[in-house]
Write a protein that binds this ligand. Structure first.
Ligand SMILES: NC(=O)c1ccc[n+]([C@@H]2O[C@H](COP(=O)([O-])OP(=O)(O)OC[C@H]3O[C@@H](n4cnc5c(N)ncnc54)[C@H](O)[C@@H]3O)[C@@H](O)[C@H]2O)c1
Length: 363
């Protein structure tokens, strides 16, 4: 198969696992040519560390390289839209880390521009393509729990100021627990149940000010500008209903990550921020949960799988799974929950969304 020539823009914390996987496990589908970063030396160091062909002096220089077909955008959320829009304008496919964009209208503009230019947009998370959640999807498709009727999803913690070296952004616009972790949970739910039709929400700020206790900013106070306990209910087009709680306000909880309830049984879904298991099922009439073997590959940290699958889909002229339509739908659900909470009324989704196909077991 002809490999897709790709370049990474933004070589910070998360880039290491992409560089590792794209130059090893996924190098049959993607040829990683080089890197660019606002800090040019960072790109140069990375290129020599991974033995890549080219360190670009700037983002513009990479976008002007006609041989690059696909941009992997690993910049910070605030820069996602502009870097993606510039890549699309340069005629390149683009895959972006989560979230797709900050604002809803940015994602609509980006997807429309890509359609017009005839290029693809894809985006993280790609954990839903991993062994754990693909196994869950196969079990549902094969009828093990009957028809999904409901789901719960919980991500609770007490925020990140006790360990993260620069945690302020979690409490500013674009931050908060839903925009930070919601993409993993909501992408998994849409993959397992299908698109969402309407949402409602309730939010609160419990601690209007937080004190950083990690180094080097120990003692610094942060004003909290966004809701830190976000509760949503989702009505899927299939008729299923789900509850999602994401919180930075909870000290401890005994809650599952995700459970799917069907007419014939219940499915315990693994942490959607990981690629592996465990997957457990309890079918009507049984008393105990049973651990299920994983039916798919990629149980280890396989970030970059979505990029490889997108390259494969483009080469084979089929739809890719970690698509702009999916990640745009997830962004709209997150905004919808906050809009519904602010307005006190249900939010009707504008995007139709898409439920990706099950990944072939041999991919
Ligand atoms: N760090 C994690 O554990 C993690 C996990 C999952 C997802 N993510 C996502 O990955 C993305 C990157 O996160 P990170 O932690 O690696 O951030 P980071 O700040 O460590 O790295 C971002 C890099 O992008 C560069 N950059 C920023 N704006 C740019 C621009 N306009 N043009 C070119 N380069 C630019 C920066 O110089 C930096 O090198 C974010 O979207 C985040 O949500 C991060």
């Amino acid at each position: 198969m002809k490999r897709m020539r790709a370049g990474i823009i933004g070589v910070g914390n998360i880039s290491g696992i992409y560089l590792k996987n794209l130059t090893t496990v996924f190098s049959d589908r993607v040829e990683l040519v080089g890197c660019a970063d606002l800090v040019a030396e960072r790109a140069a160091t990375t290129v020599s560390e991974y033995g890549l062909k080219r360190a670009y002096a700037s983002v513009d220089e990479m976008l002007a390289d006609d041989s690059i077909e696909l941009i992997v955008n690993l910049t910070i959320p605030n820069a996602h839209y502009q870097v993606c829009a510039d890549a699309v304008a340069a005629g390149k496919h683009v895959y972006v880390e989560k979230p797709l964009c900050i604002e809803l209208d940015e994602s609509e503009r980006l997807l429309a521009a890509a359609d017009k230019r005839g290029v693809r947009v894809g985006g993280a998370p790609d954990t839903f393509l991993g062994a754990g959640i693909q196994t869950c999807r196969k079990l549902i498709d094969d009828g093990w729990i009957g028809k999904p009727i409901a789901a719960t999803a919980f991500m609770t913690c007490h925020g990140h100021e006790s360990w993260h070296p620069a945690p302020e952004f979690y409490y500013k616009k674009g931050g908060g627990p839903m925009f930070d972790m919601g993409p993993y949970y909501l992408t998994a739910l849409v993959n397992l149940i299908g698109p969402v039709a309407t949402v409602s929400g309730s939010t609160r700020v419990t601690f209007p000010e937080r004190t950083i206790t990690s180094e080097p900013l120990n003692g610094t106070r942060v004003t909290v500008d966004v809701p830190t306990h976000v509760v949503g209910t989702l009505d899927f087009t299939s008729g299923a209903v789900a509850t999602i709680v994401t919180s930075f306000d909870v000290w401890a909880a005994n809650l599952p990550r995700i459970e799917i309830y069907g007419t014939e049984g219940s499915l315990s879904v693994p942490d959607p921020n990981t690629f592996g298991g465990p997957v457990k099922i309890l079918r009507a009439g049984q008393k105990e949960w049973s651990a299920m073997p994983l039916s798919h590959a990629y149980a280890e940290n396989s970030r970059g799988l979505g990029v490889a699958e997108m390259a494969d889909a483009i080469a084979n002229k089929r739809d890719h799974r970690a698509s702009g339509a999916l990640t745009g739908h997830v962004l709209e659900i997150m905004h919808g929950i906050h809009i519904a909470a602010d307005s006190g009324s249900r939010y009707t989704m504008k995007s139709a969304g898409v439920q990706p196909q099950l990944l072939p077991q041999q991919f």
